[in-house]
Design a protein around this ligand. Structure first.
Ligand SMILES: CC(=O)N[C@H]1[C@@H](OP(=O)(O)OP(=O)(O)OC[C@H]2O[C@@H](n3ccc(=O)[nH]c3=O)[C@H](O)[C@@H]2O)O[C@H](CO)[C@@H](O)[C@@H]1O
Length: 364
């Protein structure tokens, strides 16, 4: 008998593609054949998938970007995509279909509904994205990366967690050194694109810290290129040692060395902070769809692992007080670190793979 086939459908952002890649790697290792369905944007990330995974490109269609013509044409592009996906699915007969969110997942999920193939969704955020919400009641399983996740009435989700990178897993639960009378590390990250608000507020907040704290601080600050010069200058004027980069490629190490993390609450950032287990101040991106970054932060906040500061009510003075409160209280910082670790799901990929295999076993 041929190996079972998993069809993975994922949209064009890193936020959807990275967890999809983690599942692909695990299923290939478990002896499955895997196929990826994505659009041109997503295909840019396909190089990270195992080389045995063929990529089927669907036409991009979105209602949220582009001009009026693109939006008017989107239903036709999607309908064409569904017809193509039905034909492909009749030929390939995938054992299971998994969608990771984004418009490019519509053809594969719709074809799976039409042809009654076993199907599931993985939602990374604490609020369902538009496409995942549309299919939530039409799939066999709904796996959630964030917990709790806001779900429509009558829809049940299962918490599996968000897959994290192998380099993060290597430092899962690394020993935490609480703040003290020695050099301390503060990590400031804004997600894959960086975040201007953190460059506006954090250096000024750090500059306003009591001198005894300031002189012991070592800051790693992710700043967009256009913001870097003023960030560097504010830290230098305050006499604070800081390393400023547009993207740190060694985040797992910096996270594990940090006494405190200040971050946006994108799904993977929250997952990384939890799996390694560090105290954090989270500043959700207010314009995210359905305010999902606030929902992403909720689990850590409710567990006492993080302080959430909404951007609308935030200034450098308030942020400075919150940083000082955590860095001056090693017992609290250590409790927060432990609470973060308890929220981590280092086994997220395995749990997701387990759900796929359970669905496959239910096949007639
Ligand atoms: C602005 C926006 O809409 N962002 C969305 C985007 O997040 P976005 O892709 O910005 O952010 P995520 O937090 O999900 O992932 C960022 C990843 O980059 C890493 N990192 C960060 C900084 C750095 O210097 N180096 C580094 O390696 C983080 O540790 C993390 O692993 O997709 C996520 C998943 O759907 C959503 O939750 C976010 O709301």
């Amino acid at each position: 008998m041929a190996e079972p086939l998993l069809l993975i459908a994922a949209g064009g952002t890193g936020g959807h593609m990275f967890p999809a890649q983690a599942l692909a790697e695990t299923m290939v290792a478990r002896g499955w054949r895997v196929k990826l369905s994505t659009d041109a944007r997503g295909a840019r990330y396909a190089g990270g998938f195992p080389s045995v995974v063929p990529v089927e490109q669907v036409a991009s269609a979105t209602f949220s970007r582009g001009g009026a013509a693109a939006k008017l044409g989107a239903p036709f592009v999607i309908a064409g995509g569904i017809i193509g996906a039905v034909a492909g699915m009749m030929r390939d007969k995938p054992t299971v279909v998994v969608g990771f969110g984004g418009y490019p997942t519509i053809p594969a999920l719709a074809a799976a509904v039409i042809l009654r193939r076993p199907r599931m969704i993985h939602e990374q955020n604490g609020v369902l994205g538009r496409v995942n919400a549309a299919f939530a009641s039409r799939v066999d399983r709904l796996a959630c990366g964030t917990w709790p996740t806001d779900l429509p009435p009558g829809v049940a989700g299962e918490h599996v967690g968000n897959p994290v990178r192998a380099a993060v897993l290597e430092r899962a639960g690394a020993a935490y050194i609480p703040p003290g009378e020695y050099p301390m590390s503060l990590l400031v990250i804004g997600g894959s694109q960086g975040a201007r608000v953190l460059s506006d507020l954090v250096p000024a907040a750090v500059a306003a810290l009591p001198e005894t704290l300031r002189e012991r601080l070592r800051v790693s600050h992710q700043a967009r290129d256009e913001d870097a010069a003023r960030v560097v200058e504010t830290y230098a004027t305050a006499g604070v040692r800081a390393e400023v980069q547009p993207f740190f490629t060694d985040i797992p190490r910096r996270l594990s060395e940090a006494q405190l993390v200040i971050s946006r609450s994108g799904a993977s950032s929250v997952a990384d902070i939890s799996v390694i287990g560090r105290p954090s101040i989270l500043i959700p991106f207010a314009a995210a769809t359905g305010d999902h970054q606030t929902a992403n932060a909720r689990g850590l906040v409710q567990a006492g692992a993080a302080v959430m500061l909404p951007e609308s009510a935030l200034d450098a003075a308030k942020l400075s007080r919150d940083i000082a409160a955590i860095l001056s209280d090693p017992v609290r910082a250590e409790t927060m670190a432990r609470a973060a670790l308890a929220q981590g799901r280092p086994d997220a990929t395995d749990r997701l793979a387990g759900l796929v295999e359970t669905l496959a076993r239910k096949m007639p």
